[in-house]
Design a protein around this ligand. Structure first.
Ligand code: AMP
Length: 438
């Protein structure tokens, strides 16, 4: 049962362990994306509402978190801003805003939270982080290939290896609608229904298409898409459509580029894969993994979006990885967490100043260090605290140490204790840390 202290449904708090795990994942993704020559971009969490509306199709638009007008305009009950729904539309706005001041082509990555007023479920949140990379200003299939391979490498860098990249193209989908007599005005709705083929039985999808007034040909299309030999059937059906054949040949070029870099069967032509967003214009792809709802990531070419936003007409391709589902695939982190490297015991408040300076000396060695903040003066209790922190060393300073002019460095693993001159503490710990790390 949720309590009043839970975060709003579909959002989460990240305590240290999970936070650090996520940060490690982001760092790995940044490193892969940077390695392909993509540069970082950060945009605001919210945008003007008119920038976002109309970009995600009817279904998507409904999921936009709107922000009401504020202050003297609050009574209007209108919204003028909205939390960003993805990182693509903000990128398009940046391209429109900065134009020729951006490098050309502009290869950027962005990692940040997005918000969708979705119904929360397994692997489906209302606040989640996307990791995007896009290339603006290139029609080359190499640009698509780079995005696909960089995403692939990022997943592998995160330890995810059991996944498939489904590849299709908007031209192929348009050709399919043509070939199966689905009228242009019904096309987008029909595609949304076909997109359910990964969740619903083919008969259920066919019946939804029939309910839309589409005839037997729509049922034939569903059968062709789900047949064992669907590739062949679809290729055959597309033959009369020039546009579809152009789309197919572009897909074959792209497949030739990436297949050489990817393990066999990692990427497969999947004519039934739709990707809901209305702005895609060319190849589209999605990463799926067994047992994971929806997709791990997805992307495609979207050659008109920048122009639609009032920017220059500019070809573009890009993709997004959702970190939440990647972490689900990774499973729980097994590495034990170390909060502190050096724990400093305080046996008597009279020694607080010295103890405090020992923590500083430990930090000067590049180690995480903190003094005991509790009220017990008992060494046993404080050693237990040091162990709970995962500390590698505990520093002990009492009357004996004061008399000897040293501080005792206790190795928490071996229990060995070494007297060290306070002036040598930083160098001693740095050397010890180097030794144990090496
Ligand atoms: P999209 O922008 O819808 O293509 O989503 C790109 C990626 O973001 C998906 O492949 C998922 O990994 C992730 N994603 C989308 N929606 C959600 C959600 N509600 N919760 C968590 N991750 C999501």
């Amino acid at each position: 049962m949720p309590t009043q202290f839970d975060p709003p449904s579909g959002t989460r708090d990240f305590l240290a362990e999970e936070f650090e795990r996520r940060e490690r994942a982001f760092a790995a993704i940044r490193s892969v994306f940077g390695g392909y020559g993509f540069e970082p971009l950060q945009t605001p969490a919210f945008e003007r509402l008119d920038v976002l509306m109309g970009k995600y199709g009817d279904e998507g638009d409904k999921l936009i978190f709107k922000i009401m007008r504020r202050g003297e305009h609050e009574a209007s009950g209108e919204a003028d801003l909205a939390l960003r729904y993805d990182l693509t539309v903000p990128l398009a706005r940046v391209a429109a805003a900065y134009g020729s001041r951006l490098p050309s082509p502009y290869k950027r990555y962005a990692i940040g939270p997005v918000w969708r007023a979705d119904r929360p479920g397994k692997g489906r949140y209302r606040e989640f982080v996307q990791c995007d990379l896009d290339t603006l200003g290139s029609i080359s299939p190499i640009a698509d290939a780079e995005v696909i391979c960089a995403q692939h490498d990022a997943l592998v860098a995160l330890g995810v290896t059991d996944f498939t990249i489904l590849l299709n193209s908007r031209q192929v989908l348009a050709g399919l609608l043509d070939a199966y007599d689905i009228p242009e005005q019904t096309g987008p709705r029909a595609l949304i229904v076909l997109d359910k083929l990964d969740k619903l039985r083919p008969e259920a999808v066919a019946s939804e298409l029939r309910d839309m007034g589409l005839g037997d040909k729509a049922g034939e299309l569903v059968r062709a898409l789900t047949a064992d030999d669907s590739h062949e059937r679809i290729r055959l059906a597309l033959k009369p459509s020039e546009r579809a054949m152009a789309g197919l040949s572009a897909l074959d070029d792209l497949l030739a580029l990436v297949s050489a870099e990817l393990p066999p069967d990692r990427i497969v032509f999947t004519p039934r894969m739709v990707r809901g967003l209305s702005y895609y214009t060319g190849p589209i792809w999605e990463h799926v993994a067994p047992g994971i709802p929806g997709s791990l990531g997805g992307g495609g070419r979207y050659d008109h979006l920048i122009g639609q936003l009032g920017g220059p007409e500019m070809p573009a391709t890009g993709a997004s990885l959702g970190i939440e589902r990647i972490l689900m695939v990774q499973g729980p982190d097994v590495a034990p967490r170390r909060r502190l490297d050096v724990a400093v015991a305080v046996l008597d408040q009279r020694y607080a100043v010295q103890c405090y300076s020992f923590a500083a000396a430990s930090r000067a060695a590049g180690l995480r260090s903190s003094v005991y903040l509790g009220s017990s003066g008992k060494l046993g209790r404080q050693l237990r605290w040091a162990a709970d922190q995962g500390a590698r060393w505990c520093l002990i300073y009492g009357s004996a140490e004061q008399e000897a002019g040293t501080v005792t460095v206790r190795d928490m693993t071996s229990g060995e204790q070494t007297p060290v001159l306070p002036g040598n503490l930083t160098a001693y710990l740095a050397a010890a840390a180097g030794l144990t790390e090496g």
